[in-house]
Design a protein around this ligand. Structure first.
Ligand SMILES: Nc1ncnc2c1ncn2[C@@H]1O[C@H](COP(=O)(O)OP(=O)(O)OP(=O)(O)O)[C@@H](O)[C@H]1O
Ligand SMILES: [Mg+2]
Length: 247
């Protein structure tokens, strides 16, 4: 049974259709990325999966259970990291685990250290840069116990080197503690480096226009981005996206 099944999902805002008949699934422990033009409805899709809003049509099931409009079934990192200003960084990253009654302090401290945030444990969000806040929000979603993690452009505020480090860090954690991940990004290379599969959404109203299986063996090293095969995939994905942008 797929971990997540999205079946003919549609959503309109003010009479304008944003998602139209979106159908895809994620297998247990699979890493799937979603690429699509800006404004195509990617974040909207995450809001629906997270139960923050309801689809007009279609079904969302997690592990066989219908979760339309149901909050708390997935671990979700929104596009703008929502850290609570009155909680320290350590208290913030522990929030999801705490709500689920599964607080693991040593794991949180170890992850903060790996993300270069050790000295900010007791700091408050406003004392951190945007990229650091993004990393903290990302750790919080990893520490939450739900089987599916939805990450909406988690590395977009990071410089290229930090981003590459965070990608490798994410992969190493994911290899160790397998979970299903649905990952939104605008970065083709990032999607190729991380994913088992890439789903391409069309422009609004979005539906699934292409899927790529990404066969690079794991564990993956950053040197794969320089290989011929990687570039071939990069071109194929790029052309699929470009075909829609009107360029
Ligand atoms: N609550 C809302 N009310 C009205 N319109 C909305 C609402 N949420 C999203 N939209 C519209 O739906 C469309 C898709 O927005 P969404 O944020 O899902 O795009 P996106 O693919 O995540 O874009 P980006 O890549 O820029 O993050 C946009 O045209 C947006 O204006
Ligand atoms: Mg978005």
């Amino acid at each position: 049974m797929p971990e997540l099944a999205i079946d003919r999902l549609s959503k309109s805002f003010d009479g304008k259709m944003v998602l139209k008949d979106v159908t895809f699934h994620i297998e247990p422990d699979e890493f799937v990325s979603i690429l699509g033009p800006s404004g195509s409805g990617k974040s909207t899709l995450f809001h629906l999966i997270g139960g923050i809003s309801q689809p007009d049509e279609g079904e969302i099931s997690l592990d066989g259970e219908r979760i339309n409009g149901k909050k708390g079934s997935i671990s979700y990192m929104p596009q703008s990291p929502a850290l609570f200003p009155w909680r320290t960084i350590l208290q913030n990253v522990l929030l999801g685990a705490e709500i689920a009654g599964k607080k693991d302090l040593p794991a949180a401290v170890a992850m903060l250290e790996k993300a270069g945030l050790k000295e900010y444990e007791s700091a408050y969000p406003h004392q951190l840069s945007g990229g650091m806040q993004q990393r903290a929000a990302f750790i919080r979603s990893l520490l939450s116990p739900q089987p599916l993690i939805c990450l909406d452009e988690p590395f977009s505020a990071l410089d290229e080197f930090t981003r590459s480090e965070m990608q490798q860090w994410l992969l190493s954690i994911w290899m160790e503690h397998r979970r299903s991940i649905l990952f939104i990004t605008h970065n083709i290379e990032e999607a190729l480096f991380l994913s088992d599969r890439i789903i391409i959404l069309s422009d609004k109203p979005a539906n699934v226009k292409a899927e790529f299986d990404i066969p690079f063996p794991r564990p993956r090293d950053e040197s794969i981005v320089l290989t011929e095969e990687f570039l071939t995939y990069k071109k194929a994905v790029y052309n699929e996206l470009k075909a829609d942008s009107g360029a």
